[in-house]
Design a protein around this ligand. Structure first.
Ligand code: S3P
Length: 172
């Protein structure tokens, strides 16, 4: 399993699909899995049940996906804030796709399917999450102004190096 985390608009889906194709693994997206499981859109879950209910479904879904067959798995931008999800992510390779706040907003502005865009404190949400993404990441790859192919290639290479380093470290 390889997990992609990062703020909305980081390109987790696009880059995850490219990485999955290169690795000949399926690509999974937690948002899509949640919608399939709930039979509703994320927007509807937020509107009808509220964000805390969404976060619970999100955690249950991510937990199930992490126990499923190997894949490249992209998580929704808020999934990494859940403490139990954080414990799960400590056990797998995690790539943080880093996007600057302004870059993220440019990419996602006006998207009606993203309920978080309505939050007046979105910049604070971003600032709060950044150190969480960093602390969970095996590797961090910047995405601003870069072609998705270049980001996917760097992510795979960095992960390979990190894995080699860790294996060597544990068997001196
Ligand atoms: C969210 C990000 C979204 C989705 C939901 C909440 C967030 O996923 O899970 O709208 O809290 O940042 P993406 O990061 O794939 O847009």
């Amino acid at each position: 399993m390889i997990v992609l985390i990062g703020f909305m608009g980081a390109g987790k889906t696009t880059i995850g699909q490219l990485m999955a194709a290169r690795l000949e693994l399926p690509f999974l997206d937690s948002d899509e899995a949640i919608e399939r499981r709930a039979g509703r859109t994320i927007r509807d879950i937020f509107d009808q049940d509220g964000e805390p209910a969404f976060r619970k479904i999100e955690h249950d879904t991510v937990r199930a996906l992490l126990r499923g067959p190997d894949a490249v798995l992209a998580l929704g931008g808020g999934a990494a804030e859940h403490p139990a999800t954080q414990r799960e992510l400590a056990l797998v390779p995690v790539i943080h796709l880093k996007v600057e706040y302004d870059g993220a907003l440019t990419r996602i502005a006006g998207d009606p399917s993203r309920p978080l865009l309505a939050r007046p404190d979105l910049a604070e949400v971003y600032a709060r999450r950044l150190p969480i993404y960093e602390s969970l990441a095996t590797v961090t790859v910047p995405t601003d102004g870069r072609r998705p192919e270049a980001v996917a290639r760097q992510a795979l290479r960095a992960l390979r190096l990190a894995t080699i380093a860790r294996t060597k470290g544990s068997h001196p």
